[in-house]
Design a protein around this ligand. Structure first.
Ligand code: MLT
Ligand code: MN
Ligand code: ZN
Length: 307
């Protein structure tokens, strides 16, 4: 199975438009990798692709990684949404150019997107423009549009998107991780989780919430008053760092621009590396071999390297 990181940053990206903090400045200066907002693509055959999350940067991400093969053709078979956050959904509206779209999402996420939302009509320009396929928790759902792949939605500790706070009752379907399987290998993609306990095991590769190094990261940097836990992200330090010891290949993604792990020489980066984690970069590709299990290796700039 192939996974390409389309975007590895939390909402705002790296650098963030309104920020000149140390990391954002270093990204502008070329000392920290520029990162777009969180999304991955997965494929069983390297040919048909499933895009997980439609980030506001999706047009740039597709232009550099996934290309159509003919006039008016989507370069992916379907899209899966893990929650209704703006950094995971806004890109859908950039895909409105009259090619049919298939979107897999839980009932709660889909309703949050289309109910009372006049802009959702731009995805219904003609009959069959956008097809919603419901994801039920815990049930493997074959992705008919991407041969060989099935997705299981796993409830992850989280919350409704900020713009629905106080409008909807929280639901276990608000925020999911997905286990993507080709029948042999299992890849977990949990970009947002308030807990390091996952309802998924036997993963060959895990891409996990690396939003914040510490719970009080925004407060200490005087960039906000919310704790990681208020935002439903488990911090790395004291949270996810030493979890998932059994997973062979572990990658932090959805990394916020304040997170010190973005700096290769930082003690925090050294700590995650020592605990067996990689820090995702845009366009890193992970190849999980079938049938011989091999350690997967990140290859920057989409060069596929195999161990
Ligand atoms: C999050 O990951 O917590 C959200 O993307 C925050 C937001 O929507 O601004
Ligand atoms: Mn986010
Ligand atoms: Zn910044």
């Amino acid at each position: 199975m192939n996974v390409e990181v389309l975007g590895s940053a939390a909402g705002g990206g790296v650098p963030q438009w309104n920020c000149a903090c140390a990391n954002c400045g270093a990204a502008r200066g070329g000392e920290v990798a520029v990162r777009t907002q969180d999304s991955i693509a997965a494929s069983a055959d390297g040919d048909s692709w499933l895009v997980c999350n439609a980030s506001p940067d999706i047009l740039v991400q597709l232009a550099r990684s996934l290309h159509p093969r003919g006039p008016r053709q989507a370069p992916f078979g379907a899209i899966v949404l893990t929650n209704g956050d703006i950094d995971h959904c806004l890109g859908l509206f950039n895909l409105r150019e009259s090619t049919p779209l298939v979107v897999y999402a839980t009932d709660a996420v889909w309703r949050g997107l289309v109910e009372h939302n006049a802009m959702a009509r731009t995805l219904r320009r003609f009959p069959g423009h956008t097809t919603w396929r419901p994801l039920a928790l815990g049930v493997p759902t074959p992705i008919a549009e991407v041969p060989g792949l099935a997705v299981t939605a796993i409830a992850a500790a989280g919350k409704p998107p900020l713009h629905l706070r106080d409008y909807v009752a929280p639901s276990p379907e608000d925020n999911i991780g997905v286990v993507i399987s080709d029948g042999h290998r299992r890849i977990g993609y949990f970009p947002c989780s308030a807990s390091a306990q996952l309802g998924a095991d036997d993963l060959d590769l895990l891409l996990f919430d690396g939003t914040f190094w510490s719970d009080d990261e925004l407060i200490r940097a005087e960039l906000g008053c919310a704790r990681a836990s208020d935002m439903a992200h488990v911090p790395i330090d004291g949270g996810s760092l030493h979890a998932f010891a059994h997973v062979r290949c572990k990658v932090y993604t959805h990394v916020n621009n304040t997170n010190p792990i973005l700096r290769d020489g930082s003690p925090e980066h050294a700590a995650v590396a020592a605990a067996g984690w990689e820090v995702a970069r845009d366009r890193a590709r992970y190849v999980v071999e079938i049938p011989e299990p091999q350690p997967c290796v990140a290859a920057p700039d989409a060069q596929v390297r195999q161990a």
